[in-house]
Design a protein around this ligand. Sequence first.
Ligand code: ADP
Length: 495
Amino acid sequence: MKFNSIRFKISVFYTAILALILVFYTAINYYNLRYALYRDLDNDALVKAQEVSNTINSFLVPLGNDQRAFDFAARRVIRLEGAHPGQARIEQMERQWLQKREQDKIADAYINLATADRAEPVVVSANMNEKMVKGFLSDFASSSKKTLSYKDVVAGSTELRVVTIPFYYTFKKKQTYLLQVGVSRRPVLNILYGRLIFAALTIPLILLIASFFGGVITDRVLKPIMKLTGVASNITHKDLSIRVPEERVEEELKYLVNAFNEMISRLDKSFRYIAEFSSNVAHELKTPLTIIKGESEVTLMQERDPAEYRRVIKVTLEETEGMLAIVEDLLLLSRLEYQPGAFHFEPFDFNGLIDDVFEQAKKIAAAKNITVKLSRPERPLVLRADATHLRRLFLNLVSNAVKFSRRAGDIAIKAQAEGKTLVVSVADNGVGIKPGDINKVFDRFFHVDHPGPGGSSGTGLGLSIAQSIARIHRGDITVASQPDKGSTFTVTLPL
Ligand code: ADP
């Protein structure tokens, strides 16, 4: 698995989120439990302290409630020490106390009775050592706190929860003591440690399992993409018929698969176009080359007179010029398509250009006795364009109009501004275009030989070039034609 793979990133991301949730959830649970356990523990300690306090008080009354009675009661209850006074009532009370001590587990508690004002121990249960007593009384030496309070005390390996309650005793004057009862925190700590260990063991395990399944799910999601990759790497120019099957792909990936398949279709079309285009080029160049080869071979078979040589050289020259024209047209087309930056767009008055084209048209039309008319506005038609190529566009249209006109026909050139668009039309009343051909006239190498007098066969690149020039100026060419009535080519260009 690579570190910058989608699979890795998704796994890490979602494992991290899961870890965060688990830790957060465990922490909240832990603190809730801790709070509840400590509350129970505090309650337990308080109940014990109250039992001790009540028992001492109940001893005091039958003993006479003096200082001696207090000392005896405290020692008897907390340490089970002291001489027995022999009263039947006391004996009964003692029995009850011993029972309760066992029952309520007060025997295991750590009990300390201290003076309130100076925090000095008065009576301490037998299970307590000096260090514990110090711990019990540590906060009470300075502050004479006399209200209920809780604290944690650690003495060696014993960890205790200690409750402190005030104990009031009145003999001559009111005296206040602190009664402290400590209970072990061990059971609570054991439960809490247990929880922590459980979490520490299970969370990594859960994360491990989750990240494994996360990886499996990511793999499943990415599978169609891998399939797409597989198909893409199998595509060559020889087989562009491959498509990724769409039916079993998830909804979100359908767009990708669609776009991908459409891209292959476009590539397929382009490749077919290029193949057809090359075969057209080859075909167009083959005819003149065959003529040159044939003429040369025949001529070289025997001695010829100079006039014959001159004729063959002339034929060769004509064919070469034709080929050169084709090659130049192809170069121009490729520049129009792939190097639009090579054209120079400058503002100029279109009227000058169309006047020029008009003059040229009259010259070539004269041979077929064709009348050419021009209509254009007087005001300047300023255009940002490449003048040389725009002239080429209109000369192409005009020469086609002448080529496909009958003798003594009419050609009308019309330029006018319509809003922000310049509309120029070249109309003839010549042979027109068959409805079936009208969509093909702008295709490269499409041409129809004109059988009429003077009908010359072109290469079929002229209109294709004209259209490319118009488009490079963000304009276009359209054609309307009726067979035997004539054709009108209309060029639109942004002003
Ligand atoms: P070319 O003129 O070399 O044949 P073009 O690309 O200029 O090539 O024209 C392609 C074809 O469009 C022509 O062979 C012809 O069939 C048709 N065409 C173009 N202009 C006219 C027109 N003015 N009248 C009739 N047909 C036309």
